[in-house]
Design a protein around this ligand. Sequence first.
Ligand code: HT9
Ligand code: FE2
Length: 378
Amino acid sequence: MAHPPDPTPYDALLLLSFGGPEGPDDVVPFLENVTRGRGIPRERLEEVGSHYFRFGGVSPINEQNRHLLAALREDLADNGVDLPVYWGNRNWAPYVTDTFREMVNDGRRRILTVTTSAYSSYSGCRQYREDLAEALAALEKEELPLPRVDKLRVYYNHPGFLQTMTEGVLDALDRLPAEVRAGAHLAFCTHSIPLTAADASGPPGQHGDGGAYVAQHLDAAGYIAGAVAAATGTERPWELVYQSRSGAPHIPWLEPDICDHLRALHERGAPAVVMIPIGFVSDHMEVLYDLDTEALAVAGELGLPATRSATVGSDPRFVAALRDLVLERAATERGEGPRHCAVGTRGASHDVCPAGCCAGRIPKPAAAGADSPYATQE
Ligand SMILES: CC1=C(CCC(=O)O)c2cc3nc(cc4[nH]c(cc5[nH]c(cc1n2)c(C)c5CCC(=O)O)c(CCC(=O)O)c4C)C(CCC(=O)O)=C3C
Ligand SMILES: [Fe+2]
């Protein structure tokens, strides 16, 4: 991590996230925002709504992002990087369109976006690029100047992300009873998505057979499992499993589900399990409800000792990784050909999403990629 602390040509950083409700009255309008035109059964929506109401109608995600925003600002300032950081969301205030309006009114014209998703998928990559395009279209309508917008490469295999996750697993192992620690299984958990979405994830050359989404998660999980084995001197069995399935029951999504996996582990006589939320960069509702509430209850019923490892949140090592990625991309844009830092077996991902990357069901304009209608505008 040794890029010069020079953000040129960028004049602003945008933290782009999902957004979440901040009180009981926000829950239904938030869910309407998320699911507009996405064909999610009513029962599923009521079920997910109940998860939010259980926590007072408050998603943890916005508070997590406020912390990350503060940590990023502090880290950049401490390291001599003069770059203002803004925050915008897809599904709740501050909406990215409003943030963009504020940014152009502040004179920002060259924006780098970092999303709170570490992997390639429609929901985690292209849909954010569609949000950027929608925001640009809104500015265009208002006859405001259009900034040029880029997006950071997916960062699931940056050492600052994976090493921080690894430390979390070591800590979660320590929280298991000593006598089951050595035999504990590692269950790497991520968001299930429809098989068709997985197959279309990443650049077209990586489509099919789970696409970049599954391959990236397997690589991240394998790296962490190896690092944990090296640190503890014990190889532990591991598996990639899924959670938070949505959509209609007849549509196939990635499996196995974490709760089914826990039952299978118990039947196979596993002495304990650590659940590792590699698919989430902070404690989203999926982590607090689907893992900490539902999956831990299943483990409890089975009498299977289980712990959940931490997400990276605003851990200083993760924040430093984001700074490294920002400075790397700035150097790339200046034509300096900087080294792209990555661990695991797949190498650093593309800086600019090619046409057809993380294709959606319905073609929509997406900014910050090779197929952006805005790509060449300054
Ligand atoms: C891959 C992925 C990520 C990770 C990448 C990223 O971070 O972007 C992610 C993140 C998140 N998903 C979130 C919430 C929801 N996702 C839903 C629905 C869906 N997610 C999907 C996938 C993903 N989702 C999919 C394929 C659907 C089906 C509908 C569709 O095709 O769009 C629904 C509707 C109800 C339901 O069915 O669950 C909700 C409420 C929150 C906020 C949590 C909080 O409040 O803390 C976050 C961070
Ligand atoms: Fe989601």
